[in-house]
Design a binder for this molecule. Structure first.
Ligand SMILES: [Zn+2]
Length: 208
């Protein structure tokens, strides 16, 4: 596009008198372009698979091994935490926030706008930062974001006087030494120094 613009601009400067003087009904002259003008720019990107073999006989193509390429994949999401926003504001301030039903008093270790027991509205409250491992699993596989961190320990943490559990990573125990002795173990919350505003901003470490 830029090249075409320059060509037209140069033409105009050579014939300033003709500007805007096309007679009514005149057919606009097609812009002449050589095929090179429409070529896509070459880039340095590509696969490391040089000299892709190609059989002389087209029948042999069916026996060809699959070509496997590497391609990066990235998407930026912009989304709102909406009613859960106070929970993330809490993490950024090194506080764990739960919710409590204003009617029946049911206590959730997670954000809830309304009570799942009675449907009434919930209020926020600050959770204790010490709890116990209710149950756990060792993840040897994970999604792309967490794959390089495997194996890691995911646990459901229980808090005194709170009716539901909180899912978080436990750091400081050896995933290769997983043991039922970990159940009931006291853990305390730690927060990332630089908040990412993600649930993983908080994790738990063994007490003592
Ligand atoms: Zn309730």
């Amino acid at each position: 596009m830029a090249r075409r613009g320059r060509t037209r601009g140069a033409g105009r400067s050579q014939h300033p008198a003709k500007k805007g003087r096309r007679p009514p009904g005149a057919v606009r002259k097609p812009i002449r372009a050589t095929p090179e003008q429409f070529a896509l720019p070459e880039t340095d990107e590509g696969t490391v698979l040089f000299n892709v073999p190609f059989p002389r006989d087209a029948k042999d193509l069916k026996r060809m091994a699959p070509i496997i390429i590497r391609q990066s994949y990235h998407i930026d999401y912009i989304h709102s935490y909406g009613q859960d926003s106070p929970f993330f504001a809490g993490l950024a301030n090194r506080k764990l926030l739960g919710t409590v039903c204003t009617n029946c008093g049911y206590k959730y270790a997670t954000p809830k706008l309304h009570c799942m027991e009675c449907g009434s509205e919930c209020d926020w409250f600050e959770l204790p930062q010490e709890g116990r491992v209710h149950t756990f699993t060792v993840c040897h596989y994970g999604s792309e974001e967490f794959l390089k961190e495997t194996p890691f320990i995911l646990a459901l943490i229980e808090f005194e006087g709170v009716n539901t559990l909180f899912l978080a990573r436990v750091v400081g125990l050896d995933p290769g030494q997983a043991s039922l002795d970990w159940i009931g173990r006291s853990v305390k919350a730690r927060f990332r120094r630089l908040s990412k505003f993600k649930p993983t901003d908080v994790y738990f470490v063994p007490v003592g």
